[in-house]
Design a protein around this ligand. Structure first.
Ligand code: FMN
Length: 401
């Protein structure tokens, strides 16, 4: 799955002979699994048709502020369009459109939407050699760059006017590459490697029975997906769980027992920047695993001798270098805060995410959770939220460690 999957992209097209290239750009955005809506200026209609963009984008194409449908008038809300968009690309951007963006001449839907849009836009100018060089045009480009917008420089070469020089709209493949690289670099976990553990562990008693717990893996999988969306390279080690990472670029290792989880963690940990231990690892395991299924004996009790499992997080904390961060999870049923804080100090962690089974809708197998993020110096409590929202909050806190 593309890291742009599900992102909303507005594509603004103005009246340049290069407008046909925006059709290819739209195709490439769709290939990146983006939702795309297209705004055309009235001049763009001389070069391309709304039908082409509507068909390829699978969305309405926007041209006017007001649409007349039979006897009814409806209006296209530029504020809603701006709010809908995660990203806004104006390609091709004519000289006239650039000047309107600079002066705020919102006499068309594209410029009005630009002015309502709160983030930075990508703009790809296209025009003839002399027009491009013109002082007013160059000043407008500089102003837009100074505002922090992303400038996609035109290429040099053969121009529609028959001349040679700078002004050609950059090729769609290069525009999309620039767009993707820029977006990726701005993701907060760009180039960070994160190890996340999830789910329960099963400690075998005999070939058919185990000691386990009710952990579903939902919290760890949600953290892994969110971290991946935010640009991280994620290594997920999961105990038995029904969750999946289908569609995400996540390296997943499936394990069963705490010993297996220990081995995988020790192997991967030296290569990561952050380690989030959200798995519910069994503290104990049967001292011996019966080779055959234990038979029922109605006359005597069955005693299981349990041996402690290795403490994975403490082991990793001893391995850690000064640039690595380790975050533990603490599920407590009593004296929650004191126990979680003591885990943080005792195990030399950077933070502990405490969740309590005492809150309705929090803990194992729920899609929601209520947690407190505890560091040595502060604790931040989050209200009951979906595990996806909680993941984002936790990852934001980790960024500030
Ligand atoms: C055939 C033709 C090609 C044009 N190509 C460009 C162009 O590449 N760049 C540009 O800035 N203007 C170009 N123009 C002029 C624009 O269409 C004109 O300035 C228009 O008002 C732009 O409006 P808009 O920015 O609202 O789309 C071209 C005009 C024609 C007739």
């Amino acid at each position: 799955m593309s890291f742009l999957n599900g992102k909303n992209v507005l594509l603004g097209v103005s009246g340049s002979i290069a407008a046909y290239k925006s059709i290819l750009l739209l195709r490439l955005l769709k290939k990146e699994e983006c939702n795309v809506k297209v705004i055309l200026t009235k001049s763009a209609l001389d070069f391309v048709t709304p039908l082409t963009f509507s068909t390829l984008s699978e969305n309405q194409t926007y041209v006017n502020f007001v649409e007349e449908n039979e006897d009814e008038k409806t209006w296209n809300n530029h504020v809603e369009l701006a709010e809908w968009a995660n990203y806004f690309i104006i390609s091709p951007a004519t000289s006239s459109t650039l000047s309107k963006l600079v002066t705020g001449n919102a006499d068309n839907l594209l410029v009005a939407t630009y002015m309502s849009y709160k983030s930075k836009v990508f703009f790809a100018p296209a025009m003839d050699l002399e027009m491009y060089k013109d002082d007013s045009n160059q000043k407008n480009i500089e102003i837009l760059k100074d505002r922090g917008h992303y400038f996609i420089e035109p290429a040099s070469g053969y121009l529609a006017s028959g001349m040679h020089g700078k002004g050609r709209l950059e090729e769609p493949e290069l525009i999309i590459e620039f767009f993707k690289n820029t977006v990726k670099k701005e993701l907060v976990f760009f180039e960070k490697k994160i190890l996340i553990t999830a789910g329960p562990t099963y400690e075998m008693i005999d070939p058919v029975r185990f000691i386990g717990n009710f952990s579903s893996g939902k919290m760890g999988f949600s953290l892994a997906k969110k971290a991946s969306e935010l640009g991280a390279k994620v290594f997920l080690i999961s105990g038995p769980s029904n969750e999946s990472v289908k569609g995400f670029d996540i390296e997943i290792k499936k394990i069963v027992s705490a010993d297996e989880m220990f081995d995988e963690c020790v192997d991967i940990f030296p290569n990561v920047d952050i380690c989030i231990m959200s798995a519910a690892v069994s503290d104990y395991k049967p001292e011996n695993i019966n080779k055959e299924k234990i038979k029922k004996d109605n006359h005597s009790n069955l005693n299981l001798n349990l041996a402690p499992n290795k403490d994975i997080i403490s082991h990793l904390a001893k391995m850690k270098n000064k640039n690595q961060k380790i975050i533990g999870f603490a599920l407590e049923t009593n004296n929650e805060f004191e126990n979680a804080k003591s885990k943080l100090v005792r195990k030399k962690l950077d933070a502990v995410v405490m969740n309590s089974l005492n809150h309705n809708g929090a803990g194992f197998d729920f899609d929601t959770n209520q947690v407190t993020f505890i560091t040595k110096t502060k604790s931040t409590e989050f209200s009951l939220k979906s595990k996806d929202e909680i993941s984002e909050e936790i990852l934001n806190e980790i960024l500030n460690l």
